[in-house]
Design a protein. Structure first.
Length: 350
């Protein structure tokens, strides 16, 4: 799995295998995309705290009997979310099974992604098919995927004792790590496709590419905060928020930094209007890459255009769950399209 293995591969293997490895990475990236979508459903259905234990191996099986279901339900009944919200609302065992299902699927997908990455990686390594310079990168992506599982439990554990939901800071780390993995998979797959064409030098990140990724990161961070704090519910009008451009109700008492990280009105406001800063950078990026690869330019425009419309529609419908899930899904596609464009630009600059 290391570059040492790659250096000993048979002659010509480096030119035969990159496309196969690239296709494999794209398939794993698709699974990560599905994982992000299911994660959005899990959050929007308040399912994330339904499984109160972390069992990486045995947890792959759901409860198989009525007694097992009752046991899991009793564990859930001991946490603050049930005691303060779900219990008083009259949750039944059938209701619990529904939220348990989505959290279980979310965790099962995480295990599936680990297997879908680790086993082919071992196979390619055994065949000495990994091109020189890519072994460390693939192992790093595998390690980051394993870390993501730990981050997921770290996030869930924040809502099991004193809170009725998970920490929005930990949720942000969990979501951003997933999107970073998605971007890393796409970037590496694109590099390998270029290698198959004889371009041995990987693409680099240019100044414009770094700027586009940085402004997108800020938007994703505030999107995660918006989700974690349910900040989308504070206003259901657009473009004004409750008849004001800058909404009332922002709590400045603890200072600007505290408000930026904790106040739902301010966070919603920033997420709503920083989107247009992102649009400006992505339009510029798309214009730069259009003469080089028109497909990537079109993909960037479609992705951010759809995302803006979905964001507005989600707000104006009072956070309709279907639109909100689509909003998170297209957000992941915006990341993939931006990475594609930055890669195209970096390839030309190389």
């Amino acid at each position: 799995m290391t570059d040492a293995i790659a250096l000993n591969q048979p002659a010509g293997a480096a030119s035969r295998r990159p496309i196969a490895i690239s296709n494999w990475l794209y398939s794993v990236a698709f699974l990560v995309f599905i994982m992000v979508v299911v994660g959005g459903i899990t959050r929007l259905t308040e399912s994330g705290l339904s499984i109160t234990e972390w069992k990486p191996i045995t947890g792959a099986l759901p409860p198989l009997s009525e007694a097992d279901w009752l046991s899991e339900f009793r564990k859930y009944q001991q946490i603050p979310e049930y005691l303060e919200i779900s219990g008083p609302a009259g949750m039944t065992l059938a209701d619990f099974k529904f939220i348990y299902f989505w959290e279980w699927v979310h965790r099962l997908l995480g295990r599936l992604i680990g297997v879908a990455f680790a086993l082919p990686l071992l196979w390619f390594a055994a065949k000495r098919a990994i091109p020189s310079g890519y072994g460390w990168r693939l192992v790093a992506l595998l390690a980051l995927g394993g870390l993501q599982g730990t981050i997921g439990w770290w996030m869930v554990s924040s809502g099991l004792s004193e809170r009725t939901d998970v920490s929005h800071f930990r949720l942000a780390v969990h979501l951003l790590t997933a999107l970073f993995i998605l971007g890393g998979l796409v970037w590496t797959a694109l590099d390998l496709r270029q290698l198959a064409r004889g371009n041995v030098s990987p693409a680099r990140v240019t100044g414009l590419g770094a700027a586009a990724l940085a402004v997108l990161l800020v938007q994703l961070l505030f999107g995660a905060y918006t989700a974690g704090l349910n900040a989308g519910y504070v206003a259901n009008t657009w473009p004004l928020m409750n008849e004001y451009f800058v909404p009332g109700g922002i709590n400045w008492a603890a200072g600007i930094w505290a408000a930026l990280n904790n106040d739902p009105y301010l966070i919603h406001f920033i997420h709503r209007w920083w989107a247009w800063v992102v649009v400006g950078f992505l339009v510029l990026l798309a214009r730069k890459v259009r003469p080089i690869d028109r497909r990537s330019s079109v993909a960037i425009h479609i992705a951010f255009g759809s995302q803006i419309l979905l964001g507005i529609a989600t707000v104006m419908t009072g956070i309709d769950i279907h639109l909100a899930v689509l909003h998170q899904a297209v957000g992941a596609l915006v990341v993939a399209a931006t990475v594609w464009g930055v890669h195209v630009l970096g390839r030309a600059a190389r």
